[in-house]
Design a protein around this ligand. Structure first.
Ligand code: HEC
Length: 331
């Protein structure tokens, strides 16, 4: 550890708890969630509040902040624009990149939180591109942020899985050998199916059939047992993804629709229907329509050739790539 980082860590220890165990405060309110499971003086948003995440504690766009305040401010801004103010995503992304740079330069945030900071900003860019159609944002910069996050917190599979979606995309575009990527995906799946499957499947299933990726996604869904796979997160309420269950099953239904498995798709749609908050879910009518006419749900995919992308046909590949799970609860 460099002297600068050591100094930063000492400083941090003096303003927050010296160990995670010594603090029973859980700012997320939702169990042992990474980076919220320790005490902090910085003001985090109240994730138990279904509608508002910005509490006005911090300067606009987090300008001039470093250390834990930069993280807490980014966290508030992230969830505000990610879930509520979609038009603000691209600007927030551009304004948060220098905040990350300032925190990196100051060296006053622990590695795990700094990894999350890099992840947040990358994810905001990905959401803006995928859902808000902001195609002029720099994907290469998002990959660099995710690589930095992975370097800082190599054991965090959530970061590793998101990074791999960008790397696989790059490998397909460049016509590179996909075998090493497939091996890596299954290795992540073995370690943590509950994070790996939902993170990868909607991306994989959009690639051309001939890449083999849609079949990998379908095999992940075949093997996935929600009861068995959920592990630590079985009992959580996902305050930041209240429609996580419905979204997960609907995304699985799109995977099966893509590979022509009508019965598999129907079963997943029924599971979505039985998931928490289904009646308040913005995609309820999409599921109802698909169940009423499953052939029409599958047909657009079958019409595409082996070498064509279908990302544009997927609800989970376009307007609701993230909001399928992360939409806020209605007023
Ligand atoms: C299949 C459902 C699903 C989809 C699709 C999804 N997420 Fe999530 N995401 C979740 C769940 C569940 C959590 C955990 C939330 C919680 O603990 O409240 C989560 C957590 C997160 C977190 C916090 C991670 C952490 O550990 O710090 C970020 C950031 C995030 N998602 C971004 C995105 C973005 C960006 C997209 C779209 C490109 C997306 N998600 C798509 C289900 C999903």
């Amino acid at each position: 550890m460099s002297v600068r980082l050591l100094l930063g860590a000492t400083l941090l220890a003096s303003i927050s708890c010296s160990s995670q165990e010594s603090c029973d405060q859980t700012p997320g309110g939702d169990g042992p969630y990474p980076t919220y499971d320790y005490c902090s003086e910085a003001a985090y948003p109240d994730f138990t509040h279904p509608r508002k995440r910005w509490d006005g504690t911090y300067p606009e766009r987090c300008a001039g902040l470093t250390g834990e305040d930069a993280w807490a401010c980014t966290e508030q801004l992230y969830w505000e624009v990610f879930q509520f103010d979609h038009d603000g995503r691209a600007d927030a992304y551009r304004q948060l990149v220098p905040v990350v740079e300032a925190v990196e330069a100051a060296g006053d945030l622990d590695d795990r939180t700094l990894a999350r900071l890099n992840l947040r900003v990358a994810q905001l860019g990905i959401a803006a591109i995928a859902e808000s159609g902001e195609t002029d944002l720099p994907v290469g910069q998002m990959q660099t942020l995710l690589e930095r996050a992975h370097e800082l917190d190599p054991d965090e599979i959530f970061i590793e899985a998101w990074l791999s979606t960008l790397l696989i995309n790059g490998a397909i575009v460049l016509g590179q050998d996909l075998e090493p990527h497939i091996d890596h995906m299954w290795e992540m799946y073995e370690r943590d199916p509950a994070i790996t499957t939902p993170t990868l499947m909607a991306v994989l299933v959009g690639f051309p059939m001939e890449t083999g990726m849609p079949d990998v996604a379908a095999e992940m869904v075949d093997r996935f047992d929600p009861e068995e796979a959920c592990g630590d997160v079985c009992d959580w309420e996902f305050f930041r993804a209240e429609f996580g269950g419905a979204g997960m099953f609907f995304s699985s239904a799109e995977v099966y629709a893509r590979v022509g498995n009508a019965e598999g798709a129907r079963a997943q749609l029924e599971l979505a229907r039985a998931a928490d908050h289904y009646d308040e879910w913005p995609l309820k009518s999409v599921v109802e329509d698909a169940l009423a006419d499953i052939d029409s749900f599958l047909a657009p995919f079958a019409a595409r050739g082996d070498d064509e992308y279908v990302t544009d046909l997927l609800v989970t590949g376009t307007d609701a790539a993230c909001m399928v799970c992360h939409a806020p609860l209605p007023e």
